[in-house]
Design a protein around this ligand. Structure first.
Ligand SMILES: NC(=O)c1ccc[n+]([C@@H]2O[C@H](COP(=O)([O-])OP(=O)(O)OC[C@H]3O[C@@H](n4cnc5c(N)ncnc54)[C@H](OP(=O)(O)O)[C@@H]3O)[C@@H](O)[C@H]2O)c1
Length: 244
């Protein structure tokens, strides 16, 4: 009998990560529901996974935390087929007002953990002769956005990183891709003032925000054998917004 696939989803306590975890569990994965601070929400995610998985905590910006998280997955399941590097944050400010510390913080949360997680996971995946690495980027990393210069820079960095590791890992049958959501109905977007939400909607050809389930469907595809010839790509889930 084929072994069950195992997926690690970072930032699965809320928003997009929560929907991704539930979808991968429904697809048949055992899911590692990672969270940083919201345990009760992570427990809800695990319930949505119908018990197919475990919860692990880590602040991924702390030294050694990404490698330790992957080691914990290895100890628990002995394998890892899919890494969804989804945890992230934004600092929204116009350039003259951004503090240098905010730049460092976004690199430490949005970029460095994805590098360290991919590095640690790739070692397990090489031994298994395959795997899928999916990094959550953003439409903003392709288009830019007012007040989001450093956030956009981190997401563009992740895109370049993913394209490069696709070259490094292809010989081991490990694929690396990005999912780039546009504006998705989450706590982050519902907190935006109505005027800003209207301005965003006007830029979306499909005329609505996306759902977390629609992002999760893209991740599901990239985690599955249906995407076996796709690596180094970005799947845009943005209702048709121009990305260049
Ligand atoms: N929402 C959108 O419209 C949108 C659009 C494009 C791209 N994205 C990207 O999609 C991803 C998820 O976005 P979201 O809106 O669903 O985010 P969210 O609701 O703000 O959730 C962020 C998740 O990341 C975790 N996290 C934050 N900092 C962390 C750290 N230092 N270490 C470990 N985990 C940390 C949080 O854990 P705790 O809550 O447990 O602390 C939470 O689970 C992000 O990478 C974001 O940039 C979102």
């Amino acid at each position: 009998m084929a072994q069950e696939k195992v997926a690690l989803v970072t930032g699965a306590s809320r928003g997009i990560g929560k929907a991704v975890a539930a979808r991968l569990a429904a697809d048949g994965h055992q899911v590692v529901v990672h969270y940083r601070s919201h345990l009760a929400e992570a427990e809800e995610t695990l319930a949505a996974c119908e018990g197919r998985g475990v919860i692990l905590q880590a602040d991924l910006s702390e030294e050694n935390a990404p490698a330790e998280l992957v080691a914990a997955v290895k100890k628990k399941f002995g394998r890892l087929d899919t890494l969804v590097s989804n945890a992230g944050m934004s600092v929204d400010q116009l350039l003259p007002f951004i503090k240098e510390e905010s730049f460092d913080r976004l690199i430490d949360v949005n970029v460095k953990p994805s590098f360290l997680l991919a590095k640690a996971c790739s070692k397990m995946m090489i031994k298994q002769k395959g795997g899928s690495i999916i990094n959550m980027t953003s439409v903003v990393g392709h288009m830019g956005n007012m007040g989001q210069s450093i956030y956009a820079a981190t997401k563009a960095a992740l895109t370049g990183f993913t394209k490069s590791i696709a070259f490094d890992l292809a010989r081991y049958n490990i694929r690396a891709n990005c999912v780039a959501p546009g504006f998705i109905e989450t706590d982050m977007t519902s907190a935006l003032p109505e005027q800003v939400q209207e301005a965003i909607l006007a830029k979306i050809p499909l005329g609505r925000l996306g759902s977390t389930a629609e992002v999760a469907a893209a991740v599901s595809f990239l985690a599955s054998e249906h995407s076996s010839y796709i690596t180094g790509s970005t799947l845009h889930v943005n209702g048709g917004m121009m990305t260049s």
